[in-house]
Write a protein that binds this ligand. Structure first.
Ligand SMILES: [Zn+2]
Ligand SMILES: [Zn+2]
Length: 356
């Protein structure tokens, strides 16, 4: 093992990331050290890069290493770690739970009251090695390739959304087809949704939505989505809707598209205060079931997501449009910010840009 490693770092409270040589991390007594095989870029990594006001409060201190979606090999463990052996492959669970609070003691550690986010308030995985608390590690049970295993974290969110929406035999609207929405389209098809209607504005993602199984895809800038959904559903509306865009006004749009008595699951982090526009028509008189989700069940969602991907029921690989070495972080951000990319991955074991 070398004494230093290459890492991407957020150094200043302004836009940008830097590629640095950092001291090799050593696991604390209850931590493991991952040799990162692959790390995926998430929406919050982009907000951190841009230094968007939405994420200023998420960061404990600078400098730190961003990145939270990853898989790798456990190469060292602390003295008190009993549940994770050296040599296994594992993913980091972004939600680090305290183990003591009401939620942690009632089977909901993923929404721990004292939640700490890996790669936000701790150093993350855009590096050759990453330290992860042993309680926040999912040990892989299947032989998933790195580019797929590193997407278990975001795909777990998609999968929980589909589970909560109860899609079997239903027409589902997926509002917004970034990686989370696209994962939901694919998981909904695997869960036997009747038809999947999707909305998206970016042409790369629109094409991917079709490829992942969407039956109809609308651009909300060109199409009145409510009218289109009503037309497609005998004027009933969609029995279930998954909001995955975070766009301002999206929740009101989703409620307007929902069938009376239907289920709305909100996955996208709203970029503006959430409002209901037509309160009686779209909310009170609909007897809406509304569910917000934050993260994955630890670790039931992981196990199910892993099985879906390992058994080929869902093929998530088309989402990966670009893979860069750590030194290519600027090109990675550029590919995303110009709208050419869907999911972008970093390969800390590579020095050259390559296709997934
Ligand atoms: Zn993420
Ligand atoms: Zn807790």
């Amino acid at each position: 093992m070398t004494e230093t490693m290459t890492a991407v770092a957020k150094v200043r409270r302004e836009p940008g990331y830097e590629v640095l040589q950092k001291e090799m991390p050593r696991p604390g007594p209850r931590e493991v050290l991952l040799r990162v095989e692959r790390a995926a870029v998430c929406g919050t990594d982009i907000l951190l890069y841009k230094w968007d006001p939405l994420v200023h409060g998420l960061v404990a201190s600078l400098p730190f290493i961003p990145g939270h979606e990853c898989c790798g090999e456990v190469v060292a463990v602390g003295a008190e770690v009993e549940n994770v052996p050296v040599g296994v492959r594992a993913c980091a669970e972004t939600h680090i739970a305290c183990g003591q609070c009401y939620q942690c003691s009632h089977g909901m550690p993923h929404i721990c009251r004292n939640l700490v986010l890996f790669g936000h308030q701790t150093d993350g995985c855009f590096a050759e090695y990453a330290r992860v608390p042993a309680g926040s590690v999912y040990v892989l049970t299947r032989d998933l390739p790195p580019e797929v295993a590193s997407l278990l974290e975001p795909f777990g969110v998609s999968l929980r959304g589909v589970e909560a929406a109860e899609v079997q035999g239903e027409d589902l609207l997926v509002y917004g087809c970034g990686p989370i929405g696209l994962g939901a389209v694919a998981a909904a098809k695997a869960a036997q949704a009747r038809r999947v209607i999707a909305t998206e504005v970016n042409p790369v993602r629109t094409e991917l939505a079709r490829r992942m199984g969407a039956d109809l895809v609308f651009d909300p800038r060109e199409t009145d989505v409510r009218e289109a959904v009503l037309d497609a559903t005998s004027r009933d509306g969609a029995g279930c809707v998954i909001e995955a865009s975070g766009a301002a006004g999206a929740v009101a749009q989703c409620l307007a598209c929902l069938r009376k008595g239907g289920r709305l699951v909100v996955l996208g982090n709203p970029k503006a205060p959430v409002k209901v526009t037509n309160v009686m028509r779209d909310f009170m008189h609909k007897e809406v079931t509304l569910k917000t989700l934050h993260g994955r069940r630890m670790y039931r969602t992981w196990r199910k997501a892993e099985a879906l991907l390992a058994e080929g029921n869902v093929d998530i690989r088309p989402l990966i449009t670009h893979t860069f070495p750590l030194s290519g972080i600027e090109q990675a951000m550029e590919a995303i910010l110009t709208g050419r990319a869907c999911k972008v991955e970093l390969d800390p074991t590579a020095t050259d840009t390559h296709s997934p």
